[in-house]
Ligand binder design. Structure first.
Ligand code: SF4
Length: 274
């Protein structure tokens, strides 16, 4: 049974260039990524998480819907697009049970439904999987569902995203959503250098696996000392970002290269503003 906490506020303006508002209705994340995870580092710095094991024991914000109700009234028309989530995973996967964490899933779906009822679009991003019946829940057709995919090598996943869903599963569930008519996207971030994942030299192979998506975000790996040990990392990221752009142009996929990565441009920051 997942632990519960309460909070005083829920919605806040995102500082990520392609998002507007965000909600993190869970503290911590079972996926325990080791890129390292920026959310974990921040939580630890501000004393919200004791250590890695504590981070991997998620705590659900039990009063999330009550706060949301008040904040929808407070922010009104300012609320146009909400991203779930930057500091946790909205479709959290329990790798031991090989299933979504039911309490997190339930709250995520209630939040999306409530926002959609107000005409507010939602984008989601996960390293878990999407539930089978997501589109039968009367959600807005303009929501956009994404997965993070930075490699196709399970060896890399086991080292850096040890408790997430397998790449194969993530892709399959996203493809199911696409086949049902949903809008889909991929976050290829943080992309590893070849000393961390030899397979990263062939980004086209990864892109071809997900060529059905509407949008792609690409970004380099930050906060990892091994990236700077890879001597020509700037050239590497230049080449890979160029390949992403070419692939997207050829396949009519919208893209954004994140700030700080070669070929990043402000012109594509509004990728999620329909
Ligand atoms: S899925 Fe996201 S929030 Fe969760 S541990 Fe991994 S990087 Fe951190």
């Amino acid at each position: 049974m997942i632990q519960k906490i309460t909070r005083k506020s829920l919605l806040y303006k995102s500082n990520v260039e392609y998002g507007n508002w965000t909600i993190n209705h869970v503290s911590g994340c079972m996926h325990g990524c080791k890129f390292p995870c920026y959310a974990y580092m921040l939580s630890k710095r501000f004393g919200r998480t004791k250590d890695y094991n504590d981070w991997r024991k998620p705590k659900l914000v039990a009063n999330a819907l009550q706060i949301l109700e008040k904040e929808i009234k407070r922010y009104g028309k300012e609320l146009d697009l909400v991203h779930l989530c930057f500091m946790t995973d909205p479709f959290m996967y329990d790798s031991e049970k090989e299933a979504l964490v039911p309490e997190v899933l339930d709250m995520t779906l209630k939040i999306i439904k409530r926002l959609n009822r107000e005409g507010i679009r939602v984008t989601t991003l996960t390293k878990g999987v999407y539930p089978d019946n997501l589109l039968s829940r009367q959600l807005m057709p303009d929501n956009e569902y994404g997965i993070t995919l930075v490699s196709l090598q399970e060896k890399f996943r086991k080292e850096f995203e040890p408790f997430s869903a397998s790449y194969q599963k993530r892709i399959q569930y996203l493809k199911n959503l696409y086949d049902s008519g949903a809008k889909t996207w991929i976050s290829i971030e943080p992309y590893p250098t070849p000393n961390l994942d030899p397979g990263s030299v062939n980004i086209v192979k990864l892109l071809e696996r997900v060529s059905f998506v509407d949008k792609i975000i690409f970004g380099k790996m930050n906060y990892n000392i091994d990236v700077s040990k890879f001597k020509s990392n700037n050239n590497f990221y230049k080449t890979k970002a160029g390949e992403v752009i070419n692939f997207c142009k050829k396949n009519n996929i919208q893209y954004h290269i994140k700030a700080g990565t070669p070929y990043s441009s402000k012109d594509t920051e509004s990728i999620f503003q329909n």
